[in-house]
Design a protein around this ligand. Structure first.
Ligand SMILES: *Cc1c(COP(=O)(O)O)cnc(C)c1O
Length: 380
């Protein structure tokens, strides 16, 4: 994003300011579709749940992956012009509820919408059959997460060996099994994880269809598509080429493929502008205190295994400096070695590519609210 514009926005709105460029959201979605043309993107709302982002992506043709009742309502209320008679189809086409574990209240509330939900165990089948008998289900498989920045295989997914049994069990409970899903973990730069997951899913699908489960027509390849944070991340073009050829090779022609990209869509579309509110020199090192931190937009440092650069607008020779957030907790440390020029109180700093798992996991800790938000190129 243009630095003069960022400074102007910060003057206009105040700081900390989380800037969302909707042109970049649309561009990232278009990029996803360009390299995966036969895969419907269901944007993973948990990456950034600002309603304006939901509306822009909806208008650009995206569907949505939600994982809580609040996310479901957020999407439902922000996707407009819903023709009443097609509402049911519309939900399946536009929203997947991709949290394998759901409480009974959530299931009962979702049931009238005839949602599409994931599951990975026998207790969940009993719960869904009891509280959401109108749901369609997709079985979540456990797949290797080697090398993903965020590992999930120990939390979700059934063992491939149990898969066909769980498909039969869902069928026996009166549920329609629509397909299979997996999630290789976030920021997956090891593309072989996708290849292995596709192999596992293709094996399960083949066996299930052979046993007569011919309504299994969906393959949900999850999220994990890496955002280009630096030059080392191989481009989506390469992953797209690999996925296209493996899907063509391994799956029947009638399979409908969907994906749940979160980070890839939103990470590079947002920039944070913060302000230096204090400084000190400790052990000879310049220390800057800024008005956003680890409990707020930089929450990814804790929850998302991220390292974010803090950049200055001011020019000058740089020195390794510490950058702290505004709260009184020592955990609120953004960096202990950031190359920065000498900064003054009141100077602005910024962090690009901070759109995913950042603002969405801000807290109100210590009384500091989440950053305010400015939208660029938003069309309503
Ligand atoms: C978090 C999550 C996603 C999104 O992952 P990204 O790495 O942001 O693309 C997709 N699917 C499921 C099931 C998730 O839990």
């Amino acid at each position: 994003m243009n630095r003069d514009l960022l400074r102007r926005l910060a003057r206009e709105h105040g700081t900390p300011l989380f800037v969302v460029d909707h042109d970049l959201l649309r561009r990232n979605l278009a990029e996803f579709r360009r390299w995966l043309p036969n895969v419907q993107p269901y944007y993973a709302v948990k990456a950034n749940s600002l309603p304006e982002i939901v509306r822009t992506l909806y208008r650009a043709g995206a569907s949505f992956d939600v994982a809580s009742l609040a996310e479901f309502h957020l999407v439902y209320e922000n996707i407009r012009d819903l023709p009443e008679k097609e509402r049911q189809d519309f939900i399946w086409d536009k929203i997947v509820y991709a949290n394998p574990i759901k409480d009974p209240v959530t299931l009962r509330t979702l049931d009238p919408y005839r949602p599409l939900v994931t599951y990975d165990n026998a207790d969940e089948i009993r719960k869904i059959a009891k509280h959401a008998p109108h749901a369609g289900v997709m079985l979540r498989l456990r797949v290797p997460n080697t090398g993903a920045m965020v590992e999930l295989s120990s939390k979700f997914g059934c063992e491939p060996g149990d898969a066909v049994g769980l498909i039969e069990a869902a069928h026996d409970a009166g549920l329609t099994v629509e397909g299979l899903s997996f999630h290789v973990g976030s920021q997956t730069t090891n593309f072989q994880n996708y290849v292995q997951a596709l192999h596992l899913a293709a094996g399960v699908l083949r066996e299930a269809r052979a046993r007569g489960f011919t309504k299994m027509i969906q393959l949900d390849i999850g999220g994990g598509f890496p955002a280009p944070y630096d030059q080392n991340v191989r481009p989506l073009r390469e992953l797209g080429r690999l996925l296209r050829s493996e899907i063509r090779r391994l799956f029947p022609r009638d399979i409908a493929v969907l994906a749940e990209p979160g980070r890839f869509i939103v990470a590079t579309a947002c920039t944070l502008v913060a302000e230096v509110i204090g400084r000190a020199v400790r052990d000879g090192k310049p220390c800057y205190y800024i008005n956003d931190g680890v409990y707020h937009t930089y929450s990814g440092i804790v929850f998302d295994h991220m390292k974010y650069p803090v950049k200055a607008f001011r020019k000058g020779p740089t020195q390794l400096s510490a950058v702290f957030g505004p709260t009184c907790d020592a955990l609120d440390t953004i960096s202990l070695a950031e190359p920065l020029p000498a900064l003054k109180v009141g100077d602005l700093v910024y962090t690009p590519n901070i759109g995913a798992y950042s603002h969405a996991s801000s807290t109100f800790f210590n009384g500091f609210p989440p950053a305010r938000v400015a939208h660029l190129n938003y069309e309503g």
